[in-house]
Design a binder for this molecule. Structure first.
Ligand code: ATP
Ligand code: MG
Length: 341
């Protein structure tokens, strides 16, 4: 896909899992999956359902619409005719979805997830994209020029594509507030977990290090590493959020900042130059904090490289089981305090 400006798109398989398509091979796999689904539906006397795709990356639709045509033209004429209706449906939905920008009218707010220094985060449902979102709403009294600058600085988020970084969907201004829509993580942030066993913490630490390494490879410094910006989900994924890609946004929020600088590196507090090592400092402080209940005696000393090596096995199952158990416990406690149990 040499001309592609969309970095990837996703479709849902038969169990509702999102599968990412980034290459021709994956595109072919998707089409053959859809083809067999349609055949099966036909054999069962059902009307074939259209395949919906969900774009990831910058919203420039034309190249994405061209890929299927390239594939289509390389087919044998009989296969070509058979596949034509499917391709038309595919293109119709891809264009429809690619032109869809998230806006306030299409969002249904479901619950408050928390307040931070700059704004408030809600769980919400996007009607057109048919998916759950986390929407961070930040009030900002700034000029339209600055609003435009923030929006263009946020563009880089479309390029972030890592399993350790929260997926950015869209951002928009309504009056004097910006809404930033991202992937929703059903386990929430690490700050609310009371104690994390070492075998889980190890996997979380590895994911955080990989997330930061990815950001640094894009020349992005996180600038706000702390437990509340490390999110987990019941699939065992660990992702970083709230990294400072927009200088204007960071500056505008800083004017009303009343938060803690407990995780900030000394050079940052004293106004010196900020670098990768400042993010590393914050990682250390964060893990010292979440690990506090388990640390006995002397605090751990650097280097902790063997620790990272020990848990670098990508075992999401461990984290998943732990997130599910903690959520269950939390739910039971809530019910108990409401007198249901
Ligand atoms: P700061 O404003 O400095 O980042 P914070 O991280 O505590 O401070 P917010 O970023 O506003 O505050 O987030 C508030 C809470 O919302 C978080 O603590 C987290 O529990 C929840 N949250 C944020 N983003 C998501 C998300 N994508 N999925 C699920 N929960 C989220
Ligand atoms: Mg945050």
């Amino acid at each position: 896909m040499p001309e592609a400006t969309i970095t990837a798109f996703e479709y849902e398989d038969e169990v509702g899992d999102r599968i990412t398509v980034r290459s021709d091979e994956e595109l072919k796999a998707m089409l053959s999956y859809y083809y067999s689904t349609v055949m099966e539906q036909r054999m069962n006397g059902m009307l074939p359902e259209p395949l919906q795709i969900f774009p990831r990356g910058t919203c420039k639709p034309l190249p994405c619409c061209l890929w299927p045509w390239v594939l289509l033209l390389s087919l044998d004429i009989s296969v070509f005719l058979m596949c034509l209706p499917l391709f038309i449906l595919f293109i119709y939905f891809s264009c429809l979805l690619l032109f869809v920008q998230i806006n306030e009218q299409d969002i249904r707010y479901q619950e408050l997830l928390g307040h931070g220094n700059g704004g408030t985060v809600y769980k919400a449902y996007h009607l057109l994209g048919k998916r759950v979102l986390a929407v961070k709403v930040i009030p900002l009294d700034i000029t339209v020029e600055l609003q435009k600058q923030i929006m263009s600085e946020l563009e880089i988020l479309y390029k972030c594509d890592s399993p350790y970084i929260i997926t950015f969907y869209s951002a928009f201004f309504v009056e004097n507030r910006i809404s930033i829509c991202t992937e929703f993580m059903d386990g929430g942030s690490l700050d609310v977990y009371r104690s994390i066993p070492e075998h889980v913490l190890g996997r979380i630490a590895v994911a955080v290090v990989k997330g930061l390494t990815y950001l640094w490879s894009l020349k992005i410094l996180h600038r706000d590493v702390k437990p509340s910006n490390m999110l987990v989900n019941t699939r065992g994924q660990v992702k970083l959020c709230d990294f400072g890609v927009s200088t204007q946004l960071v500056n505008s929020i800083a004017k009303t900042y009343v938060g803690t600088n407990a995780y900030m590196a000394p050079e940052r507090i004293s106004g010196e130059q900020y670098g990768i090592h400042s993010d590393v400092w914050s990682v250390g402080i964060s893990f010292m904090e979440v690990n506090l209940n388990h640390v006995r005696g002397d605090p751990p000393v650097l280097p902790d490289h063997p620790f990272i090596m020990k848990y670098n096995d990508g075992n999401a199952e461990v984290v998943s089981m732990w997130v599910c158990r903690c959520l269950e416990e939390r739910r039971a406690q809530q019910l108990q305090s409401q007198g249901v149990m």
